[in-house]
Design a protein around this ligand. Sequence first.
Ligand SMILES: Nc1nc2c(c(=O)[nH]1)N[C@H]1C(S)=C(S)[C@@H](COP(=O)(O)OP(=O)(O)OC[C@H]3O[C@@H](n4cnc5c(=O)[nH]c(N)nc54)[C@H](O)[C@@H]3O)O[C@H]1N2
Ligand SMILES: Nc1nc2c(c(=O)[nH]1)N[C@H]1C(S)=C(S)[C@@H](COP(=O)(O)OP(=O)(O)OC[C@H]3O[C@@H](n4cnc5c(=O)[nH]c(N)nc54)[C@H](O)[C@@H]3O)O[C@H]1N2
Ligand code: SF4
Ligand SMILES: [Mo]
Length: 723
Amino acid sequence: MSDLIQYFREKQMKQSSEQVMKGRCPYCSMQCSMELIEEHIIERKRFKVKPNKQDPTSEGRLCIKGLQAHQHAINTERVKYPLLKIDGEWVRISWELALEMIAEKFSSLQQEYGHHSIGVYGGGSLTNEEAYLLGKFARVGLQTKYIDYNGRFCMSAAASAANATFGIDRGMTNGLTEIQDAKCIILAGTNIAECQPTIMPYFRKAKKNGAFIIAIDPRETATTKMTDLHIKVKPGTDANLAMGLLKVLVDERYCDETFIAERTKNFDEVKQQISSISLTEIANHCGISKEEIMEAARQYGKAETGMIFTARGVEQHTNGYETVRHFLNIVLATGKIGRHACGYGAITGQGNGQGGREHGQKADQLPGYRSIENDEDRKYVASVWEVDEADLPRKGVSAYELIEKIDEEEVKALFLMGSNPVVSSPNAIFVEKALEKLNFLVVVDMFVSETARMADLILPTTSYLEDEGTMTNLEGRVVYRHAERKAPKEVKHDWEILCELAKVLGKEEKFNYQNVEEIFNELRKASKGGIADYYGITYERVKDGGVFWPCPKEGHPGTTRLFEKSFHTKDGLAEFNVNKKLKEKEKITEEFPLILTTGRLMEHYLTGVQTRRSQELFERSKQPYVEIHPETAKDYGIEDDMLVRIESKRGSVLVKSKFTDRIRRDTLFVPFHWGDFQCINRVTNPALDPVCRMPEFKVSYVNINPNQLIKAKIEADKQSVVI
Ligand SMILES: Nc1nc2c(c(=O)[nH]1)N[C@H]1C(S)=C(S)[C@@H](COP(=O)(O)OP(=O)(O)OC[C@H]3O[C@@H](n4cnc5c(=O)[nH]c(N)nc54)[C@H](O)[C@@H]3O)O[C@H]1N2
Ligand SMILES: Nc1nc2c(c(=O)[nH]1)N[C@H]1C(S)=C(S)[C@@H](COP(=O)(O)OP(=O)(O)OC[C@H]3O[C@@H](n4cnc5c(=O)[nH]c(N)nc54)[C@H](O)[C@@H]3O)O[C@H]1N2
Ligand code: SF4
Ligand SMILES: [Mo]
């Protein structure tokens, strides 16, 4: 018997193997690193995930999404070869044919309609190398001005506000470790507990050290639970709330006059402006009490150190830019920046949301945060790319406006890499209709997403386990992503796809790279002397814990804390924002009397293409719902856990109701991780911020109705009981 066991054990040993692979979570901006252990035991595969204890940002933590991330990468629904749609059916084709077909289509469209008839749409999941290359591919490979990316829906308000105030946009002005020493922390429209879960211990440490934490959010969330004061603001009114906070700080003399005099400008105008506003009016407008504003301002004002964080809750509005600038006014007025435990953080969203917005995917931008409209910047980048400056296109339009250009048939073909706009854009029904008008849609993805479904051609790309490169995390730290798992045979990296496509377009010599490090080295040069200067960052250095940009020279340690001595503006001074007239929101009406806001759940990531394909994450959260206050529900004849229709001027969705008294009575909340009839963006408002072109994801006026069929069924059931 024991011989038999021994025999089988030996056989098993022979047939089992273990591969340990270093990697980095593909989801949020924390970019937690890990080891994936893949065991093959006879015919079976088993995966284990271990956090990397040496990771200076995650400090060895992973959240549930990171722990399950590999499940999507190994999902059998991965696209494994190029797919061409013929008469509505997907047909497997060779790479050769796929690339030739794109070259042929793009070239003939450009010949007939000009360079700008092709659009390019990128994403914040791409590595720095790929984001950089996509920008170069649009400008040099296709010579089109029409490129933008999903970060427009994400970081644009905070980025434009930080650029205007500080002259630079790096999400966080300090390293995460300083949070523990901040004595007052304001979390404005950010749900870090669900969206960057591994960041939480930094805040818990602060709390333990006596910090007073304030949350501004219309809902109680896992994040607001940790706070000392939760201001349950009415969605869309944060700009006024921030002005109210500043008024109290000024009136009660919490301002740092020396800092204001030496390091800033425009304060007198701001001071004059707020002298005329009434705190009572602001409180009424925001649907909160005056006392809450006063308490928050006093706590922040009197604290020796303090930090303010904003995220999409205050940013995804038609006045997102102004709102963030008002929060920055508070930071400047109190001089709480540029020193230990004092600063600002726009909590970056996507894995490479930060790097993705620095190197040229944006309509108006060249690498290193250079401007495509600035002559010097154009000349410099043209010299690195060895092209004539005059051949570089000028600026294009923002992501949603690019869809409008498609609708107007000015853009005839789209090359989309790393986004799912049919689900993530506002006014999604319009977006779908616009994409239907395209002459040719190419989608590069791992899966047949809702947008890929509409494509003429899908090109399969590698996952985070297979695609090496650098990412820039929410701190501004450039980190290296190991990718040690072998990609499926016919699947290519995004950067390889771009290079091969450039080759068939006759631009081979401009896209001739053997590996990602070569692309990174070119990016370093292209960013040299720019705002986001990566020149001093090498592969050798990023492999060893990461480097904070700006890092202008090899041997430079990188810049962890910004603005210690001066700001990045021409004169070194930070600029207060004098309030422009705030853009009018859509009007509340009798037909659409409730405010809909949208956002995220812990278990899912963005449009859910990846997390809905991670079995364990999907099991935890299978469908969307609407959070509704029971009192509001009563007014609309809605019961708990019932299918309801939410409707706006633009469209409607069907979701389940979820009663909670943790939300304001005038507000509904729906997560946006689902597509088709559950896609809440069929309802949301595409109005854009005038400065940064951010859509109004966080305020749409809607009505809510019990689904008529379900209601009829319930009524029928009730009657049958009576009978
Ligand atoms: N689990 C998970 N994590 C993620 C993501 C994900 O999809 N899932 N996505 C990543 C990305 S790309 C991003 S951008 C970040 C987003 O991270 P967050 O911005 O933190 O996430 P949201 O849920 O969109 O919004 C945050 C909070 O804003 C509140 N809010 C809504 N309207 C308003 C308002 O008008 N004013 C105020 N003050 N608050 C409001 C919502 O109630 C919500 O709790 O998360 C990243 N991390
Ligand atoms: N209502 C509402 N809408 C929102 C928001 C909101 O709060 N409310 N938030 C907005 C925000 S902040 C964001 S960031 C956007 C994001 O929205 P999207 O840009 O649509 O983001 P994803 O769902 O990540 O879509 C990425 C697609 O690219 C694929 N992908 C992932 N990694 C890679 C890669 O490395 N290469 C390639 N080629 N493909 C890849 C995925 O499989 C997926 O199909 O949504 C926005 N939309
Ligand atoms: S989702 Fe964000 S917090 Fe969670 S493991 Fe991934 S990177 Fe870390
Ligand atoms: Mo985002």
